[in-house]
Design a protein around this ligand. Structure first.
Ligand code: GLY
Length: 403
């Protein structure tokens, strides 16, 4: 073969080789995160379906198994909600009947009046179902749930009471009269939705009254918030500023900060009142600029925990903050892109093997390393279904923003 011929043959071989071999598709970390979540939650769905029951996974049960809850547990809406988000993220039609089934299994929660968490429960499940499929009966359930939540509104302090204080519960031992926890901000979205669905402004007014009083009483000058404010039922004054799940009354319990950032962002969305967005930004600023915020942006369970850096992280607080930041990045704030970039960094950290469990492990929950309540010695360094829910919501918000 002469030189010219051999060059031509070599070129032809190269051309054939390059046209035959498919170039390796580069999968981005968010795509991998969604694929992994679909596979992991898929395994839990298989377990539930094989049981023949409508189980509702929350966390690990301490014996190597999964703890499943009933409809009245404050966390009962998160697993149905996660299935809705996975359906949306993947377009996988096989998830749709399951999302309906798991959601409808907790419909009795619409009548709960003995705690405030009905907003979490119904909005994350039926609220997402309604958003995605417009089922008319879901609308009635949302409105009934909002009515149930409003039974807890207390006239003098102008707040929705979080916990009952009668009986033998641990809350009754604290000497509180009308405890309101910062978490309660997360229940207001249900009320805003109920006003839009019913045309009845009562729900909206209750939400705004609660948000306004919380804005006045729950925050310290540095932007961080208390966990529990206890009000007098009789004259509405503040009786105590306490914690229940944080390290100390004056400490910054990380999930509480996350609920504040997210809750006041929702209030801004629904009212366009700047003061709510400003509070969300201030509380987020407190966390972001905290000298003890770790480099991977996953907060310690309490930013004042005494053993930092040897304290546990709380992945759930990172998921909630990341989701809220994607929303904030769409609002009129200075350098909106910086909020998205911060959320991206948080999500990318959460999506590493440091926090994302290997398939089939971790009770088939997506994320590891959350903290329920250290003072109650409960759910310490475990998966929690709400960490997964807000992680999926954040992935969905990121995807929408990048469309
Ligand atoms: N709402 C209860 C918690 O954040 O642990």
């Amino acid at each position: 073969m002469n030189l010219k011929k051999s060059i031509l043959t070599g070129c032809a071989a190269l051309l054939i080789a390059s046209s035959c071999s498919t170039p390796e598709k580069k999968v981005s970390w968010p795509e991998k995160a969604v694929e992994n979540a679909r596979a992991q939650i898929g395994m839990e769905i298989d377990t539930i379906e094989a049981s023949g029951k409508c189980l509702n996974p929350v966390t690990l049960n301490g014996k190597g198994g999964v703890y499943y809850c009933g409809y009245a547990d404050w966390r009962s809406g998160f697993f149905p909600g996660s299935v809705w988000y996975l359906y949306e993220l993947t377009g996988d039609q096989t998830l749709l009947p399951l999302a309906y089934k798991y959601t409808e299994a907790i419909s009795e929660a619409q009548n709960l009046t003995w705690h405030h968490d009905i907003g979490f429960i119904i909005n994350c499940s039926f609220g997402n179902g309604l958003r995605l499929t417009a089922k008319p009966e879901y609308k009635d359930i949302m409105i009934q749930a909002a009515k149930s939540l409003c039974t807890r509104f207390r006239e003098k302090p102008q707040v929705i009471q979080s916990w009952d204080v009668k009986g033998n519960s641990w809350q009754s031992e604290r000497g509180w009269e009308c405890p309101v926890i910062i978490d309660n901000m997360m229940n207001l979205e249900l009320l805003f939705e109920a006003t839009k669905l019913s045309g009845d402004s009562t729900f909206y007014n209750v939400a705004v009254a609660h948000a306004d009083r919380t804005l006045e009483e729950h925050f310290r000058p540095d932007g961080s918030c208390y966990h529990v404010i206890d009000y007098s039922i009789e004259d509405g004054t503040v009786r105590h500023r306490h914690t229940a799940q944080g390290y100390a009354h004056e400490s910054a319990w990380s999930r509480g900060q996350a609920w504040a950032v997210y809750g006041f962002t929702v209030c801004y969305r629904e009212t366009k009142e700047r003061k709510y967005l400003d509070q969300a930004l201030k509380t987020f600023g407190f966390m972001k600029n905290h000298k003890r915020m770790p480099a991977d942006l996953i907060p310690y369970w309490d930013m004042d925990a005494p053993g930092i850096p040897n304290e546990l992280r709380d992945v759930s607080s990172a998921s909630v903050i990341a989701s809220a930041l994607y929303e904030i990045s769409t609002y009129p704030v200075e350098n909106p892109q910086s909020y998205k970039e911060y959320a991206d960094k948080m999500l990318e950290s959460l999506s590493t093997p440091e926090y994302t469990a290997p398939l089939g492990e971790n009770g088939r929950f997506i994320l590891m390393h959350s903290v329920g309540s250290i003072p109650h010695n409960s759910e310490i360094d475990v998966p929690l279904n709400y960490a997964d829910y807000y992680y999926l919501e954040a992935l969905k918000r990121k995807k929408d923003l990048e469309k």
